[in-house]
Ligand binder design. Structure first.
Ligand code: ZN
Length: 309
């Protein structure tokens, strides 16, 4: 695996470690330094997740979790570093370090437009507009609500600052509203194909077609509910979603969004980043070229980081 480069757009390890008072990089969770360290280079987006119990003061919740991230990064600064752009990733690779990006999952944290700059200055480079409930920015999955007028100014400001718009958890209407006004590629950091698995957290063929035109990317989620609509899934099911998006001409628009430590069970055979290479091995066995596999493993996200940040 030491020749493989991987980038994963979404895990909940940071928030879980903070809540359970565990060390971020040395723990029994899915993601830790040992598990990330098996590869030539591993870039992991760490989400600050705002669960509904924190909706009364979502900004404080974010500050607390981000503070913990920097505390833990400082303690492991020889092995992992916070990245804010593509240059930072390249520097991390040269320094033989892992790359970490910060994201916020829940637009509740953005109470006024200036909050985006505050979080940007703290190193946050991706915002998931909603979790599973509508908010003042946008409608969530399953809802008929789209982007609010405040939400439009949020998208414009994110484009201007250099922060990636994440539409996982968003409603279909939000997706199309955002795609109409954004001038940068967007991501669905941890969602799958609705055609293969009809679940409201997944993306329809029509959405994927527009995502391709936008030069954006969908990160394949390892949660069985979103892979097979059941409690059971295997690595083959992850590959089935990838192959389906490939059949739609999406080789530039697929990546990984594991959802490690945010889900109560995972596809069999994928317990941690250590196992992620198995997906690429299976793709290779099924005749997918190394060039396409590299795009899925990291190049497609690197492209978006390069354009947006
Ligand atoms: Zn999520």
């Amino acid at each position: 695996m030491k020749n493989l480069t991987v980038c994963d757009m979404h895990c909940d390890t940071l928030t879980k470690a903070f809540d359970k008072k565990k060390l971020l990089f040395s723990n029994s969770l899915n993601v830790n330094l040992k598990n990330l360290n098996q590869y030539h280079s591993y870039t992991q987006f760490f989400a600050v997740f705002i669960s509904p119990q924190y909706y009364s003061n979502p900004k404080k919740r974010c500050f607390d979790v981000i503070n913990y991230m920097y505390n833990q990064i400082t303690k492991n600064h020889e092995k992992i570093t916070i990245c804010k752009n593509l240059n930072d990733i390249n520097k991390a690779i040269n320094d033989n370090k892992l790359s970490a990006f910060l994201s916020i999952e829940g637009g509740e944290a953005i109470e006024e437009l200036n909050d985006l700059k505050t979080f940007y200055d703290l190193g946050v480079r991706m915002l998931t507009l909603t979790w599973n409930f509508d908010n003042h920015i946008a409608g969530a999955n399953g809802s008929n609500i789209g982007l609010s007028s405040f939400g439009k100014s949020v998208i414009n400001k994110m484009n201007e600052l250099g922060m990636i718009v994440d539409l996982s958890h968003s409603s279909i209407k939000t997706f199309f509203d955002v795609l109409e006004i954004t001038d940068k590629p967007v991501v669905l950091s941890h969602s799958n194909s609705y055609t293969i698995c009809p679940h409201q957290r997944n993306i329809t063929d029509e959405q994927f077609k527009v995502l391709k035109q936008n030069n954006g990317c969908v990160g394949i989620n390892f949660y069985p509910d979103f892979l097979t609509n059941s409690k059971k899934a295997e690595i083959f099911d992850i590959v089935a979603h990838i192959e389906y998006f490939l059949s739609l001409g999406g080789e530039d628009n697929i990546s990984i969004g594991s959802d490690f430590d945010g889900i109560d069970y995972i596809a069999t055979g994928i317990k941690s980043p250590t196992d992620v290479y198995k997906i690429f091995n299976l793709l290779s066995q099924r005749g997918i070229s190394d060039e396409v596999i590299e795009k899925i493993a990291y190049k497609n996200i690197y492209r978006i980081i390069g354009i947006c940040l």
